[in-house]
Design a binder for this molecule. Structure first.
Ligand SMILES: Nc1ncnc2c1ncn2[C@@H]1O[C@H](COP(=O)(O)OP(=O)(O)OP(=O)(O)O)[C@@H](O)[C@H]1O
Length: 441
């Protein structure tokens, strides 16, 4: 039978937790507005800096919607955290408001394609989002019906409720679909959406904005889709340290007055620019540095907190990615990071990476993939933005190879992977010797 804790004990424990909360609140005296430092927070337009060209281009393309004309299709491409979603959403939000004031039924339907899976699931998800936007429900079941019915339902919803609709398909290249199809699902989705308006299936005007990190995505788009999609391209490049500094300055009021020492923003901007020019990362660094400073009871966020945050953020990201991957993928990544670390450029060539992978699998007495599979495993890791690939030529008669460039410090990747005890038998000195011998060949 449970014993009665008694009034004294209850009030004492409640009191101590409350005290703890209040104590922590008092210690958290540096960050004033945490949501401004959340990576997915949609910020007001006064806080958008450094993307004037893209903002002007996108506005120029989409503004025709306020005259009830169909905006062109767009392709926004560039690395992670360079403001693609931010800018398109800011422009669309303003167009929605202007259209409302002119009684034009303008809709914006955004879908992140990362976890959607198949074409059928994508069409259903779009229908669900449209239904949600207009406050109704989808009239076909999610499973067990042919895609044709889902398309028909999507068209019905659009025709009934919009004059113009813009579909924003984020991370579109991730919508690969079933492997047995000749054409990736994203290509079929683009084809259907962009041709629907030219048939009588959709009476509303439809425009598609595709967003991708993969500069080569359009190479996998089938010829039918290519001839109907024909987007205007808007490129988003990495931010440099100056731009990141401006972005962070525009969020300085996330902190209490005088809570930031002068070198904090320039250092966080420099770290983020060094690795991949990603604004999300710069913002993340500021938040982590602030939390570290608060936790240690510091009166200000200082340079050392940013350095500690940098270490933590890098390790966390690598950990997050590597925790779930197979041992073989870890070996591929470990070998490639070891080459990039010694090469000093943050990059590794696939044939050298493969030879170091062979050394690793030999040392650990584990299964060994062929080079093609090694390359494919590394390519799969690009989805996490940990590594990027680029095909390079060795010269006119020597074929080509892939170059892997790391978004994080290769040393961090190696250290993080080493937390897996199966790598204990790989000794650092010997690994360095093997890698250098391969690099010098
Ligand atoms: N120019 C900018 N001014 C202010 N904040 C920015 C700017 N660019 C990006 N950010 C902030 O950085 C974060 C990431 O931006 P966003 O989501 O637009 O990147 P993205 O290019 O769409 O990245 P991904 O390809 O990973 O989706 C967001 O919190 C956004 O508010």
């Amino acid at each position: 039978m449970p014993t009665d804790p008694g009034p004294e004990e209850t009030s004492e424990s409640t009191g101590s937790i409350k005290d703890l909360i209040l104590e922590q609140e008092e210690a958290a005296s540096l960050i004033k507005n945490r949501s401004l430092l959340e990576p997915n927070e949609i910020v007001d337009e006064e806080r958008i800096v450094g993307r004037d060209t893209q903002l002007t281009d996108i506005t120029q393309h989409l503004r025709v919607a306020i005259s009830n004309e169909r905006p062109p299709n767009l392709l926004l491409y560039g690395p992670s955290g360079t403001g693609k979603s931010l800018i398109i959403n800011a422009v669309c939000q303003n167009i929605v408001e202007l259209c409302e004031s002119r009684d034009i039924r303008f809709g914006v339907i955004q879908m992140n394609c990362q976890n959607v899976g198949t074409l059928g699931a994508a069409v259903y998800e779009l229908a669900r989002k449209v239904a949600n936007d207009i406050g109704t429900s989808v009239d076909v079941p999610e499973h067990g019906v042919p895609n044709k019915k889902k398309w028909r339902e999507l068209y019905r919803l659009i025709n009934d409720h919009y004059d113009t609709v813009v579909f924003i398909l984020d991370e579109l290249d991730m919508l690969v679909g079933r492997r047995d199809k000749d054409e990736p699902a994203f290509s079929r989705l683009l084809y259907q959406l962009s041709r629907a308006g030219s048939t009588d299936e959709i009476t509303a005007q439809v425009s598609v904005t595709a967003i991708t990190n993969d500069t080569k995505m359009m190479e996998s788009v089938g010829s039918r889709a290519l001839s109907s999609f024909t987007p205007e391209d808007v490129h988003f490049s990495d931010y440099d340290a100056n731009q990141l500094r401006e972005i962070l300055r525009a969020r300085e009021d996330a902190f209490h007055e005088d809570a930031l020492s002068d070198d904090v923003i320039p250092l966080a901007a420099a770290f983020a620019a060094q690795t991949n020019g990603d604004a999300r990362k710069a913002i993340d660094l500021m938040r982590t540095a602030g939390s570290i400073a608060e936790k240690t009871g510091a009166d200000k966020v200082r340079e050392e907190h940013v350095r500690e945050a940098q270490d933590k953020v890098e390790k966390n990201r690598v950990l997050e990615v590597t925790r779930g991957i197979s041992t073989q993928k870890k070996l591929c990544l470990f070998a490639t990071a070891a080459v990039a670390r010694e090469a000093g450029t943050g990059a590794a060539k696939s044939p050298i990476g493969y030879r170091v992978y062979q050394y690793l699998t030999g040392t650990l007495d584990s299964d060994q993939y062929h080079q093609e599979t090694y390359v494919n495993k590394m390519k799969e890791l690009t989805t996490y933005s940990l590594v990027e690939t680029e095909r390079k030529s060795q010269g006119p008669h020597s074929g080509s190879y892939l170059e892997f460039t790391f978004g994080e410090n290769p040393e961090t990747i190696i250290e993080t992977l080493r937390e897996d005890s199966r790598l204990d038998d790989v000794h650092n000195d010997e690994l360095r010797t093997v890698v250098n011998a391969q690099l010098n060949q």
